[in-house]
Ligand binder design. Structure first.
Ligand code: BG6
Length: 549
């Protein structure tokens, strides 16, 4: 989740852009950059780390142009570094872009562009876009952008400027957010409204496939079929904080609602089961290593640990590899039986959890292979693992993990699937069927999120209860643990997650008419079993809240 700002008008573009980038800080960033057109030439500055680093660079170099684009980067392809920070330029240095999104087919495009002589300077997926624009450029930047985007697969919001077309700012939106801010003889583009609130309250929401050509005093929008189109100008009444939360009351709620998108982003471009080598290339593991290992050991903390417990099921059933999952702070103090045939998978949203870093280091001392599943590129865990599979959830501001958890589950499903294919445990046909189901998940989650009113009415009924039990079996046992953790963390209500089969060995004594029991009863191998557990709860007059298919 990167952030884009662009400006064309009479103000100093750098001031507007830096201010806008600063206001997009909540989207997370590891580097930032800006480009403007100054006396008919392009001027660029990029910096790693805090935006104040970019501020200092811009002040020293004195940017005074009135057209420009800027970017805060949350790395997904290529580590956080000055070379990988946006804006990116074509070979001539005359065309400049900033991009938010993921280009799924960038490897293929990059190969083709390199073989036709283009020189790449970064490890990003973004750079292919600017070289493609260069390829189709013959004096008209708008038409080059229109042609170039036809070759892109994936999600992209773009800001484009060019030295030879100094009076034009181009914006493109496809599956990634981009709004146009409307001012007096000036226009803006941004990934999100808060970036522009000090300058305008008037916004145009672009539709997928729209390309907008902005000049100081005109705004032309071309739809996906290249027809000139009108889009409504909306007036925003939100204050900045409301706008950062996209109108939701809390960041956590916003992040829960983002899950259909973040899951899709995590599997985007990673579903071609035919292309095994491509997949292992991305995570930087030799498929032979996966064939050779005889054990997987997952280490993680908190919510990431719960994802790891589900990972155990997946690696055993899809990949046929024996797997254990440990809490990081426990693992490091065990007498470890691991060697170079063990693969350690560290799962972490932040990549900075000390209790997960320590076991990773310990395992390396025993010669184990290491892989991390992480949401933050360049974080400690990713630097200390031999390879990393990134979730692409964007920054998680809410303290209680939500979208990171489902991103981790998506990553674990993909890894287990590819490990299974490479080890001959599942056929590519079966894997394709599995992927067909995976693709449905964002839609299914959207449907569940629409049940907000039903969920609220259950919450209203039970919020005064002091204790809750959560029960699940199989894959749903870790989900029960995670549900109980969320209730404790957010509602301050005591809650326990249990494997439902374990209930009769103790916790059943707690059940009476005051105990709400959340039973996860989705259709599957152990469905009948959980139904009989529900009967046991009812026999004790417990209150059953079923999460059912
Ligand atoms: C805890 C957080 O401190 O760290 C949890 O409260 C989180 O929500 C856990 O799951 C692990 O964090 P990470 O970043 O390693 O996934």
């Amino acid at each position: 989740m990167c952030g884009i700002v662009g400006y064309i008008g009479n103000k100093t573009a750098a001031d507007v852009i830096l201010n806008g980038l600063n206001r997009l800080e909540y989207r997370g960033y590891d580097s930032s950059g800006i480009a403007t057109i100054e006396n008919k030439s392009i001027k660029i500055s990029r910096a790693v780390g805090k935006i104040k680093n970019l501020y200092s660079a811009v002040q020293t170099e004195k940017f005074s142009g009135t057209v420009g684009v800027g970017h805060i980067r949350w790395a997904t392809h290529g580590k956080p570094s000055e070379e990988n920070a946006h804006p990116h330029t074509d070979c001539s240095g005359k065309i400049v872009i900033v991009h938010n999104g993921i280009i799924e087919n960038y490897r293929q495009l990059k190969k083709e562009l390199i073989s036709s002589g283009h020189k790449f300077r970064s490890e990003t997926d973004t750079e292919v876009i600017v070289h493609l624009i260069e390829k189709y450029y013959s004096g008209d930047i708008l038409s080059a952008v229109k042609t170039a985007v036809k070759y892109l697969k994936g999600a992209y919001a773009l800001g484009v400027i060019s030295q030879d077309n100094p009076d034009v700012l181009i914006g493109v939106r496809y599956d990634a957010p981009l709004v146009v801010g409307v001012g007096e003889k000036e226009f803006f583009i941004a990934s999100d409204i808060p970036a522009l609130l000090p300058y305008t309250k008037k916004f145009i929401y672009l539709s997928d496939g729209d390309i907008v050509e902005l000049k100081k005093d005109s705004c032309k929008i071309f739809d996906i079929s290249d027809n000139i189109t009108e889009r409504k100008i909306n007036t925003i009444e939100w204050d900045s904080l409301m706008a950062e939360k996209s109108g939701y009351k809390h960041f956590m709620l916003k992040e829960i609602m983002e899950q259909p998108q973040t899951i899709e982003d995590t599997f985007r471009g990673r579903l071609a089961v035919e292309d095994i080598n491509e997949f292992f290339g991305e995570i930087n593991i030799n498929p032979q290593t996966i064939r050779d290992i005889n054990k997987i050991s997952i280490v993680a903390c908190g919510t990431s640990y719960h994802a790891g417990l589900i990972g155990k099921f997946l690696f055993e059933s899809l990949s046929g590899i024996s797997c254990e999952t440990d809490i990081g702070s426990e693992f490091r103090y065990r007498d470890l039986i691991i060697d170079d045939k063990t693969l350690i998978i560290a799962i972490s949203q932040s990549g900075e959890t000390a209790d997960t870093i320590a076991p990773l280091r310990e395992a390396k001392k025993h010669g184990a292979k290491t892989l991390s599943i992480c949401n933050v590129m360049g974080s400690t865990i990713t630097r200390e693992s031999s390879s990393t599979f990134y979730t692409r959830c964007g920054p998680e501001i809410g303290v209680a993990s939500t979208k990171a958890f489902t991103g981790q589950l998506t990553a674990l499903h993909l890894l287990a699937l590819y490990f299974g294919i490479v080890r001959g445990k599942i056929t590519k046909d079966l894997a394709s069927k599995f992927i067909d189901s995976l693709i449905q998940i964002p839609h299914e989650i959207s449907e569940i999120l629409k049940k907000e009113n039903e969920i609220k009415s259950i919450a209203k009924k039970f919020f005064k209860k002091s204790h809750f039990l959560y029960l699940g079996r199989g894959l749903n046992f870790p989900i029960a643990l995670e549900g109980a953790l969320k209730l404790k963390e957010i509602s301050y209500i005591h809650a326990e997650g249990y494997a439902s089969g374990e209930m009769k060995h103790g916790p059943i004594a707690l059940i009476d008419e005051n105990m709400p029991v959340v039973c996860i009863a989705t259709i599957g191998r152990v469905y009948e079993k959980i139904l009989s557990n529900i009967e046991e709860v009812k026999a004790r007059e417990g209150i059953v809240i079923a999460v059912a298919t």
